[in-house]
Unconditional design. Structure first.
Length: 273
């Protein structure tokens, strides 16, 4: 949306500045970019790129969300210009289920998913029939099962693509692990604190938001080369907009990558493509 700032004339000037909302009074053509994001780490990272975008005449507005459904609905409706919260497999699933026409404008970082437990200090300690709590987000199930397979707890059927794996694709489950997946992802940190289940699988953004340190507090964590990259999602065709390209470029800058590494110490890992 283009906002024209009037020059210096009395009443007209007041109106123009109010419409602009930036208060700069520079008289330059400023473009507004509204991005929906999860609180941590996405919104925090976006706050860091505001100055760089402002220098390019882009007014970055950040709308925060506590769930994984509304950011895509609002993007599809045109209430926001882009969102930054989801992985590529999740976006692909949402597009298939809801007929969204989104495009990945650029990958920014990976948040390794982790397994947490107040009862056991390692996956090896999980007893026969242990209950593992996980989110009801189907797109997370493949990465959780892949992690458990890498750790030797289960094996998946031959020919199953890891990112698409579901519980019915488990071939061997020697400890008879029980999987409870009835919960919204945002609720899982509280369930961990309440010592519900034997282990809880939590996305790093929710873990960090709850004060957990994924690399220290988890009993197992996904490798940093995970394919579950968090992306800037836009409606098809908007990926070529000047302000969207500028956003991705700023988020991939060395300054922001250094900030991510220093701020989260491996719990959030920047990518360059």
């Amino acid at each position: 949306m283009k906002k024209w700032v009037a020059g210096v004339i009395a009443a007209t000037s007041i109106f123009g500045l109010a419409a602009c909302g930036s208060g700069s009074g520079s008289g330059n053509d400023e473009k507004e970019l509204v991005v929906g994001a999860s609180n941590i780490p996405h919104a925090e990272i976006l706050e860091k790129v505001k100055p760089a975008l402002e220098e390019k005449g882009i007014d970055l507005q950040i709308e925060t969300y506590q769930d994984y459904i509304l950011p895509n609905k609002d993007l599809d409706n045109g209430d926001i210009d882009a969102n930054y919260f989801q992985t590529t497999p999740y976006m692909d699933l949402q597009m298939k289920e809801n007929e969204y026409d989104f495009v990945n404008a650029g990958g920014i970082h990976i948040e390794p998913i982790g397994v947490y437990s107040k009862k056991f200090k390692s996956l090896e300690e999980l007893p026969e029939g242990a209950t593992i709590l996980m989110s009801n987000s189907v797109s997370d199930h493949g990465r959780i099962l892949t992690l458990l397979e890498k750790k030797g707890l289960i094996t998946l059927k031959d020919g199953v693509e890891n990112t698409q794996a579901q519980l019915e694709d488990i071939k061997e489950n020697p400890r008879n692990l029980q999987f409870d997946y009835e919960y919204e992802a945002a609720l899982l940190p509280q369930m961990y604190e309440n010592e519900e289940g034997d282990a809880v699988v939590i996305n790093s953004n929710y873990a960090i938001d709850a004060g957990l340190k994924p690399l220290e507090d988890s009993i197992a964590i996904e490798d940093s080369n995970s394919p579950y990259v968090n992306v800037i999602a836009v409606n098809k065709g908007d990926e070529n907009k000047e302000e969207v390209k500028a956003l991705v470029e700023a988020l991939r800058s060395k300054e922001i990558q250094d900030f991510i590494n220093e701020e989260w110490d491996g719990a959030v890992v920047p990518v360059s493509e």
